[in-house]
Design a protein around this ligand. Structure first.
Ligand code: G6P
Length: 611
């Protein structure tokens, strides 16, 4: 949530910052703003998107080679011009941008008010700007010290960049809870919430740790912690593909990312499956495999789409590895005082690796002695750095707020884990193991086949674009896919949609079914097939509209359903990877036809770094 970017070097900062904000807009798009040292620190900000900020600044020549920008996902205060970042302190000494939440801001605000401070905005960030200034003026210290003193008083999360009017050729960055990356170029430096605004300039990044403070000038970098102790600068070479941050031939990132799935799935198993397709080697968890194989219980924690991937993982681990699994919303798990023992293994699933609740959940479980594993997409992000071991999904940068390729990559990682754990625990024959691996290797080409059918799937979307509600039904491995299909539709098209285990329909949702209710049924040929066919009959008997995802050549359902979408056959354990794709495409086209902003749906953000 919220994207921050800073630049210091010899180039004009404005275009670099604007472009950086565009890259980060998926983190929030309620308002945008910049601060540039152009003889003095000038601030421009407004409600709306980065393009609104561009319009605002169009007529104003903005020079300067030091600056920073912010794109906001509102927490404290409405999304308006005044609450937009950057925020300037009352006496004009400091300008700051912030991602996170200052939880004790009200208390700090009252203390500052007693000292005569007044506030223009409703934000917690303005309080922090004034707190820094108050230390600076009262204690007569330099900007860096004032920032550190202020941060010792703060409870909450922050990724912060600070500029000081008296030390204008300097950026001060710090983080706790929210991410901050430093990019090291040739005589220039970048600060950002993640690597996306930086990778076209440099691949050398430093991921700041909690409570670290970096002072960046053109002459160099100084990294310390809040206690003023010098910290080691760990430079990571980031291997990111710049193509991932452009839409290419596609109208939206979401469509591009749907189409990238054959590649992203292949990239996720590439190098992990042997050439003879008989073995899986997961290097990232090889050392902990013996402990994982002994686990009494696996607890998967995640949020949003990653939670749905976790549910697929539950079916996989229980069926193949015969280890009991619980899947938990990270936000509930962390506050529930759960029972965790050293025999438990926690798997955190997170595309961004920064989701605040998931991060807090693993910290809590770590303290109780569990083995903590991660399945994350963003290399170097917080969750992989705090887990004992893990698997990176190699889906590439995902920009569309509605997750697509990250979901299938997470399911691939879980599938490989479950199969190899089954092997390690002797729960599976060599033949079955090899057959499943071969099935997984075939998934990318099968998704390509589904994508060839895009036009027909789009035509189905046209039929239902005016729906106000929708139900998604699935059983077994396809129940999580029903949940994911419903989430995709509601988050980008704003149609109310719910996913259910198909058999649960009779316990409530069936009351909603009439001729206006589209019911998406996942009905491929698996062990539940006959039962799902019965569920379809029940919907049809009440005049509901049935759109069924079926196995190739299924005549039975073709005669009952209003529309069918065929997917190639595969082992039922792999079917989530195929069946989800038509649902992604339907949601995409329905949202486009309704005129919705597909890549940046209202009120949402991709990386939820506040709880
Ligand atoms: C937000 C995003 C979702 C994502 C969820 C969890 O809600 O909009 O697409 O699934 O966060 O994010 P994570 O990065 O932890 O997978």
């Amino acid at each position: 949530m919220c994207g921050i970017v800073g630049y210091i070097g010899s180039r004009t900062a404005y275009p670099i910052i604007i472009k950086g904000l565009q890259r980060l807009e998926y983190r929030g798009y309620d308002s945008a703003g910049i601060a540039i040292n152009d003889n003095e620190i000038k601030v421009y900000k407004c409600k709306g998107k980065v393009r609104d900020l561009e319009l605002l600044t169009k007529q104003k020549p903005i020079g300067g080679t030091v600056g920073m920008g912010h794109t906001r996902w509102a927490t404290h205060g409405a999304p308006n011009d005044c609450n937009a970042h950057p925020h300037r302190s009352m006496h004009g000494k400091f300008v700051i941008i912030h991602n996170g939440i200052i939880e004790n801001y009200d208390h700090l605000k009252k203390q500052l008010a007693k000292k005569g401070y007044t506030f223009e905005s409703e934000t917690d960030t303005e309080v922090l700007a004034n707190l820094i200034e108050n230390f600076y003026l009262d204690k007569k210290v330099d900007a860096e010290t004032a920032v550190k003193l202020a941060l010792t008083k703060v409870i909450g999360a922050y990724g912060l960049v600070v500029m000081c009017a008296d030390e204008p050729d300097k950026l001060i960055g710090c983080r706790k809870g929210s991410p901050l990356v430093l990019g090291i170029g040739e005589g220039e430096y970048f600060l950002a919430s993640d690597s996306t605004p930086i990778i076209e300039y440099t691949d050398k990044m430093v991921y700041l740790n909690d409570e670290e403070v970096v002072v960046v000038t053109r002459e160099g970098i100084k990294l310390t912690n809040l206690k003023d102790e010098i910290q080691k600068l760990v430079v990571t070479q980031v291997d990111a593909n710049i193509d991932n941050i452009d839409k290419g031939q596609f109208e939206h990132f979401m469509l591009k990312e749907i189409h990238e799935q054959p590649t992203s799935i292949y990239d996720t198993f590439r190098g992990r499956i042997s050439l003879d397709k008989r073995h899986i080697h997961l290097g990232g968890i090889a050392d902990v495999m013996p402990r994982l194989a002994q686990a009494k219980r696996i607890i998967i924690v995640a949020c949003g789409t990653s939670y749905h991937a976790g549910l697929v993982g539950e079916y996989l681990f229980e069926e193949f590895a015969r280890i009991s699994v619980e899947v938990e919303y990270a936000s509930e798990f962390r506050y529930r005082n759960p029972i965790i023992t050293p025999d438990d293994v926690i798997i955190a699933i997170s595309q961004s690796g920064e989701t605040a609740d998931t991060l807090a959940a693993i910290r809590m479980a770590k303290q109780q002695g569990a083995l903590i594993l991660g399945i994350c997409n963003v290399a170097g992000s917080s969750i992989p750095r705090e887990t004992h071991a893990g698997i990176y999904t190699h889906a590439g940068i995902e920009i569309g707020v509605a997750s697509t390729k990250a979901f299938t990559a997470q399911v691939v990682a879980l599938t490989m884990m479950a199969f190899s754990l089954a092997k390690k625990r002797n729960m599976i024959s060599d033949e079955r193991y090899a057959a499943l691996i071969n099935g997984l290797v075939d998934v990318p080409s099968k998704i390509e086949e589904i994508l060839l059918n895009e036009k027909a799937i789009k035509a189905i979307a046209t039929e239902y674009k005016n729906a106000t509600n929708a139900i998604y039904l699935g059983r077994g491995y396809l129940y999580p896919v029903a949940l994911e299909g419903a989430l995709k539709l509601k988050e980008i098209s704003y149609i109310h949609a719910e996913g259910y285990p198909a058999a649960e329909m009779k316990h409530g949702p069936i009351a909603l079914i009439d001729q206006n209710m589209p019911v998406f049924v996942l009905a491929t040929k698996d062990k539940y097939y006959e039962k799902v066919v019965n569920n379809i009959q029940e919907v049809k008997a009440r005049n509901g509209k049935v759109i069924a995802i079926v196995s190739e050549g299924d005549d039975t359902i073709a005669h009952m359903a209003d529309q069918v979408i065929e997917v190639p056959d595969c082992d039922e354990a792999l079917m989530p990877l195929l069946a989800v794709v038509p649902l992604q495409i339907i949601s995409y086209y329905i949202a486009v036809m309704r005129g919705c902003n597909v890549d940046q749906p209202r009120n949402l953000a991709k990386s939820v770094t506040v709880e």
